[in-house]
Design a protein around this ligand. Structure first.
Ligand SMILES: CSC[C@H]1O[C@H](OP(=O)(O)O)[C@H](O)[C@@H]1O
Ligand SMILES: Nc1ncnc2[nH]cnc12
Length: 297
């Protein structure tokens, strides 16, 4: 295991339940950066694309799925990826469906989130510091990245030939867990306009926004949530690996070109309260790890 890299890694992939590695990439090394927020969920796998460019893969729940959703060190995960140079994250998540027309097996690119976590997860890099910042979060998933993904993900699913459908512009509820929702809660989320439900898009998406990383979620429906009596959950990990393996080269090229990153880069400039003598230098030093542009001194 090493702690340094000889080239920046622009694209990061976070794997969720069932997705603990990627296929068809050339293994380069494992790296386990210690961040000011501790170590990530798992050592990060650096792999090489056919072009020679590197991508980073991180297993959200740890390599043997030992971390429950409330315990995931999301600040360390996002900070560790940013320290490698990551500017865009493709996150995978197994989700429940709150809609009849989103059956198990469906792939979705949500664009909105309802927060039903319970305040026990650290949700900001600024938490516990003397620096205050308010990131914009009206569009919690990166619009440009989501729009870009529609094409390549749709084509990858069509190429796989299993008839898996891709839907976009869905609203995902993020609940605390680890228990699933009661039927009354599930019915209420439907009335609120929720389409999907998981336990892990937050605080990941908030932290990616604070770190100026473009972030999108590929939500893979495994079950109808408790509102609907239904058969057993399905697994979709093989299709997720196929999608990732098929689109990463193109995603890296798009990240290099820059348009899919453009909403996030510079977005924190006016979100951070100006420097003052009341801010502790040690806090500014800590924040430099994720936002070197604004905390260079
Ligand atoms: C295994 S069912 C509940 C669990 O699955 C999802 O995990 P992930 O988002 O990492 O794929 C969901 O968010 C829950 O954590
Ligand atoms: N029904 C559900 N609720 C919350 N998270 C989930 N992940 C997969 N299915 C889920």
């Amino acid at each position: 295991m090493t702690t340094t890299l000889d080239q920046d890694v622009l694209v990061g992939v976070i794997g969720g339940s069932g997705l603990y590695h990627l296929d068809n990439l050339t293994f380069v090394k494992h790296i386990n950066p210690e961040t000011p927020w501790g170590y990530p969920s798992s050592p990060i796998t650096i792999a090489s694309l056919p072009s020679g460019a590197h991508v980073a893969f991180l297993a959200r729940h740890g390599p043997g799925h030992t971390l429950n959703p409330s315990e995931i060190p999301s600040r360390a995960n996002i900070a560790a990826l940013k320290s490698l140079g990551v500017r865009t994250i493709l996150a995978f998540s197994a989700v429940g469906s709150l809609r009849e027309d989103l059956p198990p097996g469906t792939f979705a690119l949500p664009t909105q989130i309802i927060d039903r976590t319970k305040g026990i997860r650290p949700t900001s890099f600024f938490e516990g510091t003397t620096v205050v910042a308010h990131a914009a979060f009206g569009d919690p998933l990166s619009q440009k990245l989501v729009r870009w993904l529609e094409g390549p993900v749709g084509r990858a699913l069509a190429k796989e030939g299993r008839g898996v459908k891709l839907v976009t512009d869905k609203c995902i509820v993020c609940m605390e867990g680890p228990q699933f929702s009661t039927r009354a809660e599930s019915v209420m989320y439907r009335q609120w306009g929720g389409d999907l439900i998981n336990m892990s898009v937050l605080p990941e998406a908030k932290l990616a926004r604070e770190a100026e990383i473009s972030y999108a979620l590929i939500a893979t429906v495994t079950d109808y949530d408790s509102w609907r009596p239904s058969a057993e959950a399905v697994t979709v990990a093989e299709t997720s690996r196929h999608v990732a393996g098929t689109i990463l080269q193109e995603l890296h090229a798009a990240a290099l070109q820059g348009d899919i990153l453009s909403e996030e880069v510079g977005s924190m400039r006016f979100s951070i309260m100006p420097r003052s003598n009341h801010q502790k230098q040690e806090d500014r030093d800590k924040l430099r790890y994720v936002l070197p542009t604004y905390f260079s001194d």
